[in-house]
Design a protein around this ligand. Structure first.
Ligand SMILES: [Zn+2]
Ligand SMILES: [Zn+2]
Length: 283
């Protein structure tokens, strides 16, 4: 089993050192673990975002990746049975392409997730910002918000900075339930063309099992979206637990892998942002 979405304590909302996760990975017999700490570079959210190094908060644009890569290298030496990969989960909004591209050029990442965590600088994935979201967006209506989310998703694929889009239908977490069925109807009508665009961009999609830990029957994205994506021609799919503590490492990944196998797809593995062979199951 492999886990391609893991937050060590470099992420401000996560606990557990890189070493603690690797210990857990050894216990579980995981073959590969790709750390994907948060990188949230939006200058408009400078007051909300930080990175932690040895428990100390540092600005997102500081040299924290030096400590991150050093810790990954130390773990690689200490846990030879686990392949330890260097990844990052980039919080993307249109307009951040230059900052993100400069950042990614500076460091030898194996894997880069692009995530829509915010709409117009307000988090849609954090419960503590939900009230702010409601103030800004409830009057806008379900169609507007659904379209805005898909606009961001399309831009994330179009910028071609990311290997995979993280938790593609994360609006299921908080946003969708704020609205009536017009939200889902708008998503359903627009998503096929967005997925066509994602496929053409060469961007992959991750299957994120954290939805299952939160009591959902299906991962992010839902199975019908995964099938649409496969049919649209998306070539790369990864699986990740989105663990924010070592106890959640690898949780429910069998379900995510099974969802892909049902579509004739194997979870992808990457090194230095290049796909390893055998991503597809021969039929
Ligand atoms: Zn995320
Ligand atoms: Zn994450």
């Amino acid at each position: 089993m492999i886990d391609y979405h893991v937050h060590p304590d470099f992420s401000q909302d996560a606990e557990g050192s890189i070493e603690a996760y690797c210990e857990r990975a050894s216990e579980l017999g995981l073959e590969e673990i790709c750390f994907t700490t948060h990188y949230e570079p939006d200058p408009a959210r400078r007051d909300c975002e930080e990175v932690h190094v040895n428990g100390c908060a540092q600005p997102v644009d500081s040299d924290w990746p030096d400590a991150y890569f050093a810790a990954l290298q130390a773990a690689t030496a200490k846990f030879p049975s686990v392949a330890v990969l260097a990844g990052v989960e980039v919080g993307y909004e249109p307009g951040l392409e230059g900052i993100v591209s400069d950042f990614l050029r500076r460091y030898p990442f194996d894997f880069v997730l692009g995530a829509i965590h915010c709409l117009d600088h307000i988090a849609i994935t954090a419960g503590q910002e939900l009230d702010r979201f409601k103030v800004e967006y409830m009057d806008q209506g379900p169609e507007f918000v659904a379209e805005r989310y898909l606009h961001h998703l399309r831009a994330a694929a179009g910028c071609q900075l990311f290997d995979c889009l993280a938790h593609l239908d994360i609006y299921r977490k908080y946003v969708e339930s704020l609205y009536d069925q017009r939200f889902g109807a708008t998503i359903d009508s627009l998503l096929p063309s967005v997925l066509d665009f994602v496929a053409q961009s060469g961007t992959g999609i991750e299957v994120n099992s954290s939805a299952l830990r939160r009591g959902n029957a299906e991962p992010y994205p839902a199975l019908r979206i995964l099938k649409l994506a496969r049919d649209a021609g998306v070539q790369v799919f990864t699986v990740g637990s989105d663990a924010h503590r070592p106890a959640d490492l690898g949780k429910d990944l069998e379900t995510a892998v099974q969802a892909l196998e049902d579509l004739g797809v194997r979870p992808a593995r990457l090194r230095r942002r290049k796909l390893m062979p055998a991503a597809r199951i021969p039929r």
